[in-house]
Design a binder for this molecule. Structure first.
Ligand code: PSV
Ligand code: MN
Ligand code: MN
Length: 425
């Protein structure tokens, strides 16, 4: 299945008149507030969000997995699916691979395929939370933190292998998420587990190529329920500092206890120039991996507010933008299209915040005014800007509608059948 320029043109044609009218109206309204919509559209065109290879099929829960139809069953089909998303939204030009779920067989073929679809290889993810078939040592009691040196060595070797796979594809970062921890008080030494993790990560850090980063992900609980070694941003930040300048903290939005102020974490990490990137998703309770912006869109906006300020006021290096999602109910491709739209919308809303007025209100301790300024931006319907950014880049004005109009899923089912299954979380 390929989405061609004529598919997009045809779909856009019917929407164009209405879209341009709304855009014109919005641009005039924003111009009165001193906002240059063209500048915002350009920024939206530049924003590219990597798609995780594990999110292209149904993820399921521990209670069951209801596979969708026409799922990609190998890395080639997964990259092809990302090509479909990118053709529609022109904002998803990268894949984040998970090893060993997606070990390439023929590197040249994969590189060529990705190039033909304008897809790049973002951060590669290692996996030491599952034992692989035939593995000599077990990660049951931890990987990089394990008290057993042989297990730690195996996990270190795996991460080094993931780096070398990433190098062959042009990736520039390794993302490490560890399940290591304990489920019962007293099960292990909390101090030793952290020390072992640091030492193991240092060995992996030594193997990083000059222009690579290591992104250290944190998560408070699950699969361990008493303690997790890298439980929060503070622990990740501590490790990133100890490791060195190539190490950064990765913020997965779902990896926080309820009501955590994530935007504050983002602001703090940027001040320290240690924010490495995001795994975007949304959640109500825990690591729910729901569609970005589906539950807490205001929080997403506030995170982007910190990002926009941080980009202009700190020296934090460029970020890795990734989605980390799991789909149980929706068509994964539709879900991912919605997620990318939500990210672009939050970014656009943050970009129109009147920063000067906000600073003034803050200086005057005018709290009510400060809130008005933020909410004026958040409550502006900027969807025409997001649509225009896609259109100017050759994408669809309404990616999800166009996906349905073209009948992409039905075509994939015809090609792949109803029982193909994607590997993933
Ligand atoms: C597990 O919580 C997880 O969802 C982490 O967020 C990782 O990024 C992802 O799996 C892939 O390893
Ligand atoms: Mn994640
Ligand atoms: Mn997660």
């Amino acid at each position: 299945m390929k989405i061609t320029a004529s598919h997009i043109e045809e779909a856009n044609e019917t929407l164009e008149k209405d879209h341009l009218e709304s855009l014109d109206f919005l641009s005039q309204r924003l111009a009165k507030k001193g906002v240059d919509t063209n500048l915002i559209i350009e920024k939206l065109q530049e924003l590219q969000i990597a798609i995780p290879s594990w999110a292209l099929g149904a993820g399921g829960t521990r209670f069951g997995r209801f596979s969708g139809a026409g799922e990609p069953s190998n890395i080639i089909q997964k990259i092809e699916d990302i090509g479909l998303i990118h053709a529609l939204n022109q904002s998803s030009n990268a894949v984040s691979l998970h090893i060993p779920w997606d070990i390439p067989q023929d590197y040249e073929a994969i590189r060529q395929l990705a190039k033909s679809l304008s897809i790049q290889f973002d951060a590669v993810n290692s996996n030491t939370f599952q034992d692989q078939v035939g593995q000599i040592e077990s990660y049951k009691y931890g990987s990089l933190a394990n008290t057993d040196q042989a297990v730690r060595e195996l996990a270190i070797a795996h991460n080094k292998e993931v780096i070398s796979i990433g190098e062959k594809l042009g990736s520039k970062a390794l993302t490490v998420w560890l399940a290591d921890g304990s489920s019962f008080p007293g099960q292990h030494s909390i101090r030793k587990a952290l020390q072992n993790t640091h030492e193991s990560l240092s060995e992996i850090y030594e193997a990083l190529p000059e222009d690579w980063k290591i992104l250290v992900e944190y998560k408070p609980y699950e699969p361990n329920f008493y303690s997790t070694v890298i439980q929060d941003w503070g622990t990740s930040f501590l490790l990133a500092n100890k490791l060195g300048p190539k190490a950064y903290t990765l913020v997965d939005l779902g990896h926080h206890l309820p009501n955590t102020n994530i935007e504050q974490i983002v602001a703090t990490l940027m001040t320290e120039e240690k924010l490495g990137g995001f795994h975007f998703n949304d959640s109500k309770y825990g690591d729910d991996d729901l569609t970005v912006g589906s539950v807490k869109p205001y929080q997403l906006f506030l995170i982007f507010h910190e990002l926009v300020q941080g980009f202009s006021e700190t020296n934090n290096p460029p970020l890795s933008w990734m989605i980390d999602a799991s789909h149980n109910i929706k068509d994964p491709l539709e879900d991912l299209l919605q997620s990318v739209e939500a990210i672009k919308l939050a970014y656009a809303q943050a970009l129109i915040i009147d920063q000067k007025a906000l600073e003034e209100a803050q200086g005057n301790h005018d709290t009510a005014k400060a809130q008005e300024i933020l909410q004026d931006a958040y409550r502006s319907d900027l969807r025409p800007l997001v649509a225009e950014a896609a259109r100017r880049s050759g994408g669809a004005i309404a990616p999800l509608n166009t996906y349905r109009q073209i009948g992409v899923r039905n075509q994939l089912i015809k090609e792949r059948g109803t029982s193909s299954k994607a590997s993933g979380l």
